[in-house]
Write a protein that binds this ligand. Sequence first.
Ligand code: SF4
Length: 370
Amino acid sequence: MGAVDATREPAGATAPARTATEPVLSVRDLVVEYRTDAGVVRAVRGVSFDLYPNESLALVGESGCGKTTLALALLRLLPKLGSVPSGTVRYRGRDGRVVDLLSLDAEQLRRFRWREAAIVFQGAMNSLNPVLRIRDQIRDTVRAHDRGMSRREIDRRGREVLRQVRLDPDRVLPAYPHELSGGMKQRVLIAMSLLLDPQILVLDEPTTALDILTQRAIVDLLHELRAQLGFATIFVSHDLPLAAELADRVATMYAGRIIEIGDVRDIFYHPRHPYTTGLLKAVPPVVGDLPEITSIPGAPPNLLDLPPGCPFHPRCPYAQADCTAAEPALEPLAPAAPGHRAACHHTDQVTFERRPAAGRPVAAEVNADG
Ligand code: SF4
């Protein structure tokens, strides 16, 4: 997303969504591996985080950092060559019962998906079946996850969710995907994800491949839907301005790990991991003077052959001798702000401050100050 609305306050800045004390999702020490011809690739390496009801968490990082793999693993949607050798993913239902998603059998999983958690896959252009009308795709989706609904009930629900995403059901239901614009297809996918009223919505790059005005409309729509329906969201994105607008908290991933996590203001105003600061310095502004834009040198590491110690050290301007000795753990940065954590041996030396102008939203700062 190239530009964001400079007048909009991010959801987390005005009204923190974390009103419940119990997380809806608790991920602990999750490991995901892929079998490849070259060996076993550990794409997610011991990730832990909580997601609270109605909260929006963004997973950000470069391609290959593990963010999409993590999202797929949460819903047990990994491709055949992927596996989860260890870790837990505990989900708390609306009735308070907690289940470990990794222990569900196929039938339990079928009922879990869409009713409790749904996903909007990356790429609106490719996620719909090109030879089925939208009406039939909605019917198939509901039947796959809820065998108790009649066709009439499904059609009524389909019309309802299409109206919620501001589409005309009479126009969209009989249409094939090629008869819809990219923005309409993305709205259809969001509507389909809401069919069974899930508690968690996972969105993988929800605005990628859309033009700037359509991106704006989708961002506004997601804000409205979350406020209306109260679901929690996990956004997977490489787009920091999008994260600034949509997230209450942000987790930066690198080499399969969360290397910094915190409130959206912690991450954008006071980042303490050199990789997060590198990402922020690489975002070009769309208003104000053009500051120096710097990219992060080098390339993401080969997951089959990680550098010793901190995997970011070959690219890190703050690297010191001890950085190659041991991989840093994700630790709280201050007792007063236990939610802001970073995995770096030298967070005290990282200099990056974005001055929060009074009343100015985070998204505007990201764009204005680069
Ligand atoms: S541990 Fe060392 S190499 Fe890793 S991010 Fe911190 S300063 Fe850089």
